[in-house]
Design a protein. Sequence first.
Length: 212
Amino acid sequence: MDKKIILSTSYFGPISYFSKFLLPENIWIEKHEHFIKQTYRNRCIIYGANGPVSLTIPVKRGSFHKIKIADLEIDYDKDWQMNQWRAIESAYNSAPFFQYYSDDIKIFFESDTRLLFEHNMNIITSLLKLIHLPKNILFTEQYIPDSATSIDYRMDLRPKNAPEDQLFRSVRYFQVFDDRHGFLADLSILDLLFNAGPETLDILKKSLKLEV
């Protein structure tokens, strides 16, 4: 059996998440786990004028602990889309490549995609195209336990108390508010895209601790 890189779904995931798509192994995204709160599954972190800003997609609660991530619905009763896009505009309007990419990103704050997993996959697919990083993505057909044949990042890539990523190193690049708060590592891929533009792929390659 081919070796697998197993990732959770992610909402504008961090740079370390997207660096995994450069690895030669097959990329599998988990569809059958239960939703886990306070993770990149429905949260991203951008760099605002006052420091890190967390943006979270609200999900319909009910019994989400018993619902597969692929079946989890987004809660559109809350006006999160407009608020989040305004936060992104405020953070990156003066970034070198914001105007170049903004239309491609804004559409995800105007859609009414019902399921979180589908919404995230639309984002991931679009971002990989913008970065010029082709990758065939596979999806789990059942929950895959951790095993010797896989490199499992489902729980290791998280906003807080994450273990050291043995395959990732942070690479500095220009950030709009660097002069105020210093360089902030491993933010949402949006931070890298808006600030580095066509250099995004090269920076992702440099962030890997191995040759690809």
